[in-house]
Write a new protein. Sequence first.
Length: 318
Amino acid sequence: MGVIPDNRKALLVGEKAWWGGTITEEAQYAEEAIKIAGLDYEVEAVQAGACEEDGTFTAYPNKYVIRRVHDKAPYMIASDHYKIVQPAKCFEFADELVKDHDIRLQYETAGAMFNGAVLWLAARLPETLKIAGDDVVTYIFLRQTFDGSGCLLAGITPQRIVCQNTLTLAIQNSQRVCKMRHTGDLDAKVKQAQTVLKLHKTYTEGFEKEAEKLLKIRIAEHRFDGMIENLLPYPKEATQRVINGIDNKRCELRLYMDVPDLANVRSTGWGFYNAVSDMVCHGEAGRKTQTEQSNRLIKVMDGHDLLQKAHDLVLAYN
């Protein structure tokens, strides 16, 4: 039985990542990763109802408590349409994605938060891209929830090694993420996702071409302020506190544009996009909580709105 999982109980390889966790020297196969990350628990659905004064139990029709088995920790109320995908099954699903390529996945990050209600895992694929002299690697990732906050999500995401930036470019005609609701024929949905994600090379090839396109877009020094303001605009009727917060984020982004590892691409669309990724992945949180870093990781892997907006701004630059 694993320790009750949260964002502090996570598997990490090599050195401390921006979302925190337990560091190991090598990536782990599924069996060990599950234990190290505290994901060796199971979830069940039990009839919801009420204990009456006379000691009898009144069941609520078609209402079930989704809870963890070993300590009865409740996550949510669901109908009988809800299908549970156990944590261990998520690893099996990820392994299945690459079984036709003679690859046995080794997991570099995995963990959970909100008392085990949300979990994630990521395994590095063997391909490495070279973009502007930097190594960019690709990960398969999964996110699962038991509290109704999201669907079962599987996808692929590149990461720039030098700064641990996660880069989620949307590539035309190439699906990066599959989302599966916890209802209906979940096995069929999983098989469909496996079919799509087995084509990850299509995405990585498209990603490489898109990155080269952004590298060729030269951005004049005096235009950066306008792009930052478009990326981080003031809302209508914003309070002074909100304005101050946005001003701080704008200043932070300018600092990230001057970091040494972007020196050779600073005046390009690729440099601007990576500066935004730096801020999204590593920037100061507006509100600090125990799960802030884990929440941020999941948002980035899902496809962070600011990263997509930065991509669109660069493509629209003229």
